[in-house]
Design a protein around this ligand. Structure first.
Ligand SMILES: *Cc1c(COP(=O)(O)O)cnc(C)c1O
Length: 383
């Protein structure tokens, strides 16, 4: 059996043709394919505006800049995420505060966030960054209510969840990243994510002012837009109005993104079928899986199980060339954050989850045979 990774991209002939088309065009960067990708993506997640950027981490950094995170300000996020979700606050000199996860969703526990907010003077915190971990759509309606009470903004880290949704209290589908409850949402197009650009990221929002700010921040803080200029010396004239970065994506990457996006629904349907088969195979066994309430449509970037003998199972599966992974080492226990005062015992749910979790292969081109082999190996060895 060939090696089975935990996730992988799926590149078709159409994707290759799309990229070739970009290479043969007049633009390698900042051409029409970026706008095309942005518009298609905004439509896909049901948001008004989208800004394509160099990667998901750049997207997070730009969000923190647009929301004016400043030294001394505190922002709450989850420890069960990729480090970038937290790092964007540190980039701006702010301070990340981690709140523990809910063992029923593996996402930020809103009650723990409430506890933090209630135990500090108003104004201590500036924002919240919930993460749709593994593709589980966080109930952002509830987070919005809490955020409004404390005058906080929300960045939804939806890197794992394009195509996911939850049902709000009025029975309406709320797509991950639609900007209905979060001020800004971000996505990544790293090859292990749902949509691959090589490197790439996206910010979505319904807030026009933030949208315009992001466009300028993405390219050095420079604008040429005549209605925004303070002076105008002629056709060549531009102004650098704030300190921005070069966080642009290229037309070549955007062409791949647009092509991949056309198959996003197909991909997610396959992911859900794979998840269903895992769910059924592990039901009533020692392998713990997450329950799947009807109030959400999981996007299944990852399929996570919990077992008692995680390390042994990991080693066993790896020996079978099933390249499972662990998501995530709690961010607060990384040496950088330990140096800032975080320690083992601070967030018991996330730490206990980390002791037991394992991400099984989950990607659209995983075959039934491969999945069957994975299931057999897991069931034969799990304790
Ligand atoms: C992948 C990922 C990021 C960062 O995206 P890059 O494109 O790799 O910079 C941020 N947050 C989460 C939850 C991710 O999975």
């Amino acid at each position: 059996m060939n090696p089975i990774p935990y996730g992988r991209q799926h590149i078709t002939d159409e994707d290759i043709q799309a990229v070739v088309g970009a290479l043969q065009s007049d633009f390698l960067t900042q051409g029409p394919r970026i706008k095309e990708f942005e518009e298609a993506f905004a439509k896909y997640v049901n948001a008004q505006y989208a800004v394509a950027v160099a990667n998901g981490t750049a997207a997070l950094h730009l969000c923190a800049l647009a929301l004016e995170v400043k030294p001394g300000q505190k922002v709450i996020t989850t420890p069960n995420t990729f480090a970038a979700s937290a790092n964007c606050i540190q980039y701006c000199g702010g301070e990340v505060v981690f709140a523990d996860i809910d063992p029923e969703t593996y996402c930020l526990d809103i009650q723990k966030v409430k506890d933090l907010l209630e135990s500090s003077p108003k104004g201590t915190y500036q924002g919240i960054i919930p993460v749709d971990f593994a593709g589980y759509p966080v109930n952002l309606e509830a987070f919005r209510e809490l955020a409004d009470e404390y005058d906080l903004w929300i960045i939804e880290d939806a890197c794992h969840a394009p195509g996911g949704h939850f049902i709000d209290s009025k029975g309406t589908k709320q797509h991950c990243g639609n900007g209905k409850f979060a001020d800004l949402a971000i996505f990544s197009f790293h090859p292990v994510k749902h949509i691959a650009c090589g490197e790439g990221g996206m910010i979505t929002t319904n807030n026009k002012q933030l949208y315009e700010q992001l466009l300028i921040l993405r390219t050095h803080g420079i604008t040429k837009s005549s209605d925004l200029l303070e002076e105008n010396h002629g056709g060549w004239y531009y102004e650098m109005q704030m300190l921005g970065y070069n966080y642009r994506i290229t037309d070549v990457q955007a062409s791949l993104g647009t092509s991949q996006l056309k198959r996003a629904d197909e991909g997610i349907a396959r992911r859900r079928a794979i998840a269903k088969k895992y769910d059924e195979a592990f039901a009533g066994t020692v392998v713990k899986t997450l329950s799947n309430p009807s109030s959400i449509a999981h996007a299944y970037h990852l399929y996570v199980i919990q077992v008692e003998n995680r390390k042994a199972l990991y080693d066993h599966l790896r020996a079978q060339k099933i390249f499972v992974q662990v998501h995530y080492i709690p961010v607060h226990l990384q040496p950088y954050y330990r140096e800032l005062g975080w320690k083992k015992g601070d967030l018991p749910q996330a730490e206990s989850y980390y002791e037991h979790c394992l991400s099984l292969p989950m990607y659209p081109t995983l075959t039934d045979e491969q999945q069957q082999f994975v299931i057999e190996q897991v069931l034969a060895f799990a304790k």
